[in-house]
Design a protein around this ligand. Structure first.
Ligand SMILES: [Zn+2]
Length: 208
């Protein structure tokens, strides 16, 4: 009986947490390029965009560290150059990478910002979109915690859609259809966000 009450309480608290995410509007401060009241951890893996460069594209990625495992501190450590090569064999191969996206959306919907939107985050590498090279110059990178083949969580889609809507309002140079996957701008090298990513679902959320 007691266990039932606990289960109920936790499922309610989980539901409330999810609802608070959904109902909380995301506002972007254009002065500092940050989400208002957002969780911000500064990444050194960023610099200035080229002068007069508008933000014109949103790039969706996935990441999980170690691959296929969720919830650890390692993505944040990678994006802040704190990843310890001894913590996992895979980390030996990546700990010296200088990378970061602007945003990470974890499996439970939590959002962390690593780079102000007006700054250039180092997320796409060698890449091309509609004939334009170096997509980092003109894009915003959003990482979903996930893998190419495992369905993403509903809360990740709703958070992503809210964020994209807010970005399109804050930066009118972002065309509403200028949303792409890393796999599409670097097809020889990258597969993320993978077949598990439901583009139609995202479009539905954005156009409702
Ligand atoms: Zn990627």
């Amino acid at each position: 009986m007691q266990q039932g009450i606990f289960t109920e309480f936790f499922s309610w608290s989980f539901t409330l947490r999810v609802l608070s995410y959904i109902l909380k509007p995301m506002k972007i401060n254009r002065k500092n390029g940050l989400l208002d009241d957002g969780h911000y951890i500064e990444s050194p893996n960023s610099d200035q965009r080229p002068e007069q460069q508008n933000i014109e594209l949103i790039v969706i990625h996935n990441i999980s560290l170690p691959p296929g495992q969720f919830g650890g501190p390692y993505i944040e450590q990678l994006f802040t150059n704190q990843l310890q090569p001894g913590d996992h064999p895979y980390f030996e191969t990546i700990h010296q990478l200088k990378v970061s996206s602007h945003i990470l959306i974890q499996r439970d919907g939590r959002i962390t910002q690593f780079v102000p939107f007006h700054q250039r985050a180092w997320h796409a590498g060698e890449s091309r979109y509609c004939g334009h090279e170096c997509c980092n110059d003109f894009s915003i990178g959003i990482e979903l915690e996930g893998t190419d083949d495992e369905p993403y969580e509903d809360i990740q889609y709703s958070q992503l859609a809210q964020l994209i809507s807010s970005l399109q309002k804050a930066y009118p140079s972002l065309d509403r259809d200028a949303i792409t996957g890393h796999c599409d701008i670097a097809p020889q090298r990258k597969t993320d966000p993978g077949p598990a990513f439901d583009w139609d679902h995202l479009k539905q959320l954005l156009h409702n």
